[in-house]
Design a protein around this ligand. Structure first.
Ligand code: NAP
Length: 298
C-alpha cells in the first residue's frame, strides 16, 4: 500500500473534521473534506478550507456529503474515486450531541440522532467498502466517544448512538480483516470544538419539568465537560498516527482523552471477553475465518 493515503472525512466543516483535514494534508495525505451544503450554510467553512489548501498547496478537496442521505454519500464517494482513483481511509466523524432527560427526547429527535451518528457511518462504510475490497486494502475509522463506553446521565441517546457505532465497528473489524481492510474506533473525551455550542436539547419541556432537581443534571454535565475540555489537535494527531501505523499493527480502540474515566479498563476487559466470545464460537482471532483468505477464495 502507498504510504500516502487517500482519505475521505465526513463532517469537515468545523471541529475535529476540519482539523483532521488540515493535519492529514500537511503530512502528505490526499484529503476529501466532505460536508453538508458547502454552497450554502457551510459556504464560509468550505471557502476557508479551499483558501487554506490553495495558500499552502495542500491536497484538500471539498465535496458535499450529508451522511443522512444515501445518494449524497454515493455521489461524494464516486467523486473522490473519480478524482483520486481510490479511497484508502474513511473517517466517520460527522455527529452531534442530544442532551437532556431521556424521557424528554422526542422520538423524532432520537431518530435524527441515530440517522446521523449511527446510520451515517453505515451509509459511508457501505459506499466505500466495494472500492476498498477491489484495492484489497482500506481503513474505516469511527469517531466514537468516551461516551461510547460509559454513560453520561444526561446523554442517554448520544451514548446509545455511540455504543451502537462501537458495536458495528467492532463487528466489521472481525469480518473485514481477511480482505485486508481494517476497522478502528477512536474514543475522544471532551475537547474544545463547536460541539458544545451545537448541542440539541431534549424538546419535551413538560416532561422535563416533572423531574424537579434532576433536571439540573444536563446543565451540570455540559458545564463540567466544557470546562475541562482539551486541545482538539491531540485527537487529530492520534488519527494521523493511526493512519500511519502499518496494516496489521493497529489497535481496535484508541482512547484519546483529557481524563480516562476508566474507559481504558473497560477496553482492556472487553478485549479479553471478546477473545473468549470468539473462542466460544470457534473463531479464535488467528483462525483463517478472521485473518485468512477472503470469503470466496477460501
Ligand atoms: N468535541 C468533543 O469533545 C467530542 C468528544 C467525543 C466525540 N466527539 C465526536 O466527534 C465528532 C465531531 O464533532 P466535533 O467535536 O468536531 O463537533 P462539531 O464541530 O460540531 O462537528 C460536527 C460535524 O458533524 C457535521 N454533521 C452533522 N450532521 C451531519 C450530516 N447529516 N451530514 C454531514 N455532516 C454532519 C457538522 O456539520 P454541519 O456544519 O453541517 O452541522 C460538523 O461538521 C462527532 O461525531 C462527535 O460526536 C466529539
Amino acid at each position: 500500500m502507498n504510504s500516502k493515503q487517500v482519505v475521505l472525512i465526513t463532517g469537515s466543516s468545523t471541529g475535529f473534521g476540519k482539523l483532521f483535514a488540515d493535519t492529514l494534508a500537511r503530512n502528505g495525505h490526499t484529503v476529501f473534506a466532505t460536508m453538508r451544503d458547502p454552497g450554502g450554510r457551510n459556504a464560509k467553512n468550505a471557502s476557508e478550507i479551499r483558501t487554506l489548501a490553495e495558500k499552502d498547496s495542500l491536497p484538500i478537496y471539498v465535496l458535499e456529503l450529508d451522511v443522512t442521505d444515501d445518494a449524497s454519500v454515493e455521489r461524494a464517494v464516486d467523486a473522490a474515486v473519480a478524482k483520486a482513483g481510490r479511497v484508502d481511509v474513511a473517517i466517520n466523524n460527522a455527529g452531534y450531541v442530544v442532551s437532556g432527560l431521556a424521557e424528554a427526547v422526542t422520538t423524532e429527535q432520537a431518530q435524527r440522532l441515530i440517522d446521523t451518528n449511527f446510520l451515517g457511518p453505515v451509509r459511508v462504510n457501505r459506499s466505500v467498502l466495494p472500492h476498498m475490497r477491489r484495492q484489497r486494502s482500506g481503513l474505516l475509522i469511527h469517531i466514537s466517544s468516551a461516551a461510547g463506553r460509559v454513560i453520561a446521565p444526561s446523554m442517554g441517546f448520544y451514548c446509545a448512538s455511540k455504543f451502537a457505532l462501537e458495536a458495528l465497528a467492532e463487528a466489521y473489524s472481525y469480518k473485514l480483516a481477511a480482505q485486508g481492510i481494517e476497522s478502528v474506533i477512536v474514543e475522544p473525551g471532551q475537547y474544545v470544538t463547536p460541539v458544545f455550542g451545537n448541542i440539541v436539547t431534549a424538546a419535551d419541556e413538560a416532561r422535563t419539568n416533572t423531574y424537579g432537581a434532576v433536571k439540573q443534571i444536563p446543565a451540570k454535565i455540559n458545564a463540567a465537560l466544557s470546562s475541562t475540555a482539551g486541545n482538539a489537535q491531540e485527537v487529530a494527531d492520534a488519527v494521523l498516527r493511526t493512519i500511519e501505523t502499518p496494516a496489521g499493527e493497529k489497535q481496535l480502540r484508541y482512547l484519546v482523552s483529557p481524563q480516562s474515566f476508566g474507559v481504558d479498563e473497560i477496553n482492556a476487559l472487553s478485549k479479553r471477553v471478546q477473545a473468549n466470545v470468539l473462542e466460544a464460537f470457534g473463531l479464535a482471532a488467528d483462525t483463517k475465518f478472521l485473518k485468512g483468505k477472503a470469503v470466496g477464495s477460501v
